[in-house]
Structures are given as C-alpha cells and as structure tokens.
Unconditional design. Structure first.
Length: 237
C-alpha cells in the first residue's frame, strides 16, 4: 500500500494568503494518501485557513504556532516556529510516511508526489525560480549527488531550498531540529539529521526536471484595500 505523504505548510495572513492556499489545496486534492499539516503563524487557527482545509476534503491537521515575540519585528526567519510545531506533532503522532515542506507560495507538478512517496532516507530534486540562477538543484553524476547548484552557497553543506527535498519519517530522529537562523533553516535541519551527501536519493530524472517552483505570488503594487477576506465578504452582503 502507498506510503502517506505529510505535507507541511507554514502560512501567515496577507492579501496573497487565500489565493496561494486555494491554488495549493486544488493541487493537493489530486493526490491520494496525503495528509496536509497547515501550521498557522497566528495566536489562534484562522477561519479563512480552516475553511480552505475543510472544503479540500483532505485529511488535515491545523496547528496554531505564532512566532516568538522577538522575531516579530524583523519578521525573520520566516515560517520556523510553525514548521517546528509541525515537526513536534509528527514526532508525537506519526511513525511512518514521507515528510515534505511545501510553502504556500510554491507550485507543484503532480509527478513530484509519485517520486517523493518512495523516499528511503532523504530525496532531493530541483526547484525552479530560486535565487539569481533561477534554479536550485543537486548536481548528479552517475546517479549520485556530488555537488549543489545554487546562487547562494555560503557556508552551507546542503545549499538547497525548503521545497527541494523530502524525508522518510523513520529518518527523522530526535536530533532533527530546524533552528531560528535566517537562510540556514534547510541546511541546519538536514545536518541535524546526520545526512551524508552519498545518502541523497536524486529524483526528477537525476535532477534534470523541474517539478516544483517557488512561484511567490507578488503583487507588484500592494493592494490598497488590504482587508481581511471575511471582512470583504461581510461588506458585500
Ligand atoms: N511564513 C510564516 N510567517 C511569516 C512569514 C512567512 O508562516 O511571518 C510562511 C509563508 O507563508 C511561507 C513560508 O513561511 O509558507 C516562507 O515564507 P516566505 O515565502 O515569505 O519566505 P521566503 O520564501 O522568501 O523565505
Ligand atoms: Mn517563499
């Protein structure tokens, strides 16, 4: 039988939130054996997010996990407290399956789900629309990951995007930790798993195909009517 995919999405309120989550929900609705964990960067789970989850018909877990106060001013790092909360929930409730971090601003080809479902330890694949190079990807030689192509390598051991890997939950040891370190979230998380480069399973045709993009819907001009969706609906009544 098919392994479950646990799809973890951190999210926060802004004008693009509902359209982004609607698009993501409509992708995930095509995937069997998928459990959506939406971790809300809010003091309480928001109604608009709950409504999208409920109407998707997907099995889901809706977690409220606002960032600690000291990260509220700079608003960096982004989506860490909520991913950490999702990891804690997984550790307490799930013992097998595959974990994937899919942000609300990503676009995913359905083919990716078939590929990540069989992840043994950690699988990796290219992500489109990342950084100055426009793609972030492992470099594969003879079916093995030997290096990384990414416009910002810095001191990172695994210079990859959050949407560029999947993990078998059995490999998610107690040491697994996502730190509050801007830009190092992916790398430090993968290092905390004790991952070695030769253990990485390259997907997407030896990392030659892009099956996920960091679409990042950005309204060039911020909408002037920056109001809550529910407020708008009530206003129309
Ligand atoms: N996010 C969040 N709280 C915030 C900012 C972002 O939960 O205050 C979420 C956001 O919805 C997304 C993820 O964290 O799913 C990454 O954020 P974003 O896409 O803004 O950052 P970037 O991709 O530029 O690192
Ligand atoms: Mn993003």
């Amino acid at each position: 039988d098919l392994k479950m995919i646990y799809f973890v999405t951190p999210t926060y309120p802004r004008p693009e939130q509902v359209p982004e989550l609607t698009r993501l929900a409509h992708t995930l609705m095509h995937v069997s054996r998928l459990h959506w964990i939406v971790a809300d960067d809010q003091p309480i789970c928001s109604d608009v997010v709950f409504d999208i989850l409920r109407r998707s018909g997907l099995p889901y877990t809706h977690i409220s996990s606002p960032k600690p106060f000291k990260y509220q001013i700079s608003n960096f790092p982004r989506g860490v407290s909520n991913r950490r909360a999702a990891l804690a929930w997984l550790r307490d409730n799930v013992h097998e399956g595959v974990l994937y971090f899919g942000d609300d601003d990503n676009t995913i080809d359905l083919q990716l789900f078939d590929e990540i479902r069989n992840t043994k330890k950690v699988s990796m694949f290219p992500v489109g629309l990342i950084g100055d190079y426009g793609v972030s990807s492992p470099v594969v030689t003879d079916g093995k990951v030997v290096a990384f192509f990414d416009s910002w390598v810095d001191s990172r051991t695994f210079p990859v995007d959050m949407a560029g890997f999947a993990i078998n939950i059995k490999f998610l040891k107690d040491t697994a930790d996502m730190p509050y370190k801007t830009g190092l979230e992916e790398d430090m998380f993968l290092v905390s798993l004790g991952l070695k480069i030769d253990e990485i399973e390259p997907l997407a045709d030896n990392c030659s195909k892009i099956l996920v993009w960091h679409t990042k819907t950005l309204t060039k001009k911020k909408p002037s009517l920056n109001i809550d969706v529910k407020m708008f609906e009530n206003f129309q009544k």
